[in-house]
Design a protein around this ligand. Sequence first.
Ligand SMILES: Cc1cc2nc3c(=O)[nH]c(=O)nc-3n(C[C@H](O)[C@H](O)[C@H](O)COP(=O)(O)OP(=O)(O)OC[C@H]3O[C@@H](n4cnc5c(N)ncnc54)[C@H](O)[C@@H]3O)c2cc1C
Length: 419
Amino acid sequence: MAEYSAFSLLKNALSGNRDWKPAWRKPSPKASYDVIVIGGGGHGLSTAYYLAKEFGITNVAVLEKGYLGSGNVGRNTTAVRSNYLLPQNTRFYEHSMKMWENLSHDLNYNVMFSQRGVLNLAHTPGQLDDLARKGNAMRHLGVDAELMTPAEIGRRVPGLDMSQSARFPIYGGLMQERAGTARHDAVAWGYARGADRRGVEIIENCEVTGFLRDGDRVIGVSTSRGEIRAKKVAVAVAGSTGRVMQLAGIDRMPIESHVLQAFVSESLKPFLDTVLTFGMGHFYVGQSDKGGLVYGGDLDGYNSYAQRGSLPIVEEVMSEMLALFPSLAPVRVLRSWGGVCDMSMDGSPIITTGPLPGMYLNCGWCYGGFKATPASGFCFAHTIAKDAPHEFNAPFTLDRFSRGTVIDDKGQGPTPRMH
Ligand SMILES: Cc1cc2nc3c(=O)[nH]c(=O)nc-3n(C[C@H](O)[C@H](O)[C@H](O)COP(=O)(O)OP(=O)(O)OC[C@H]3O[C@@H](n4cnc5c(N)ncnc54)[C@H](O)[C@@H]3O)c2cc1C
């Protein structure tokens, strides 16, 4: 498959763009593979890519029940950051950030990674203290973090209501300048193309409907396109984790599935050159390169597998946006959509061998798994290839919930919808 370059762009432009080749093949499933990855989202595709690139394992199939990118990888609001409090999370997400910084080059695919910063706002002095503590913890581990004064925030984000009479006055904020956004579907397509080029077979419209077992050991899967055997079967199905694990006879997972909605407005002239999060509720907003505001808020708050949400959250998100930016009241909403998030009990992910022999598990991404895509794929591929975790995913075990060694960054306790 051809390299993408300025030269290939020019050549194809001159020939009327008729000679571009599909970015990945459409193979039929073979009878067996070394590794099957279930789920053609960001994490499944990046896992396959790093299995081939870093560990030389190319006899790999990614099985996707719908079309590639139909899950959360194509539904998220694309914020990428590594501003965590606990060292287990900070190290993992900072590793991801470093991978993002070279991803377009690595994949030979422009994922439009834009380090425009992520700014968390504080609306009380106590909240500002809390952000200062987090910033210090980040800097202690070598991650960039800056505390901003209200005056600095007002200059950086024109349009914000900075008055003391605002519904929630702004006392300051924590900025991570290296954070930002990336184009979500380019990430899926870039990893798919990179994996396909190295021999991985991406099989769309192939739903896993059961697991083939030899005693406890998983030896393959049954699918809507027949049985497929494999030495190793890796599960990376995000919001469908509970349902897919049930097919393997595992009925209780420390995961709940919840709907998260997002919205995009009509295009506006550029005025917001960072991603902003509200501290008095759950609201965040960025501006896309096309000018639309991309924003979202809290989970719908009930368990669901539906990829759409309900109206109360629409109202809540709009009211939070107007509390920050009253002048945006006349702006029209263009689209809204929902995705099913795999909320773990402590808000941190699971990347591990097991829980059955021959099986590997990647889940628990809550509403923050897009930014993890590179590190998650890399660490999961390491875990599958070596039957042992990489140092960055070693804390993210499944049995931490039974051992009581949870990684609860927000200190919310075992309440998945709060993380
Ligand atoms: C509205 C919204 C906004 C978000 N915003 C952000 C953000 O700003 N930043 C951030 O970091 N994260 C964000 N997230 C979270 C992020 O999108 C997810 O954590 C991440 O995409 C999950 O991993 P994935 O890409 O592999 O999931 P998915 O893309 O959902 O992939 C899982 C795949 O598994 C497939 N599958 C399921 N069951 C089967 C089966 N039986 N057989 C075969 N295939 C199957 C599905 O079809 C799906 O394609 C957001 C999520 C949502 C919904």
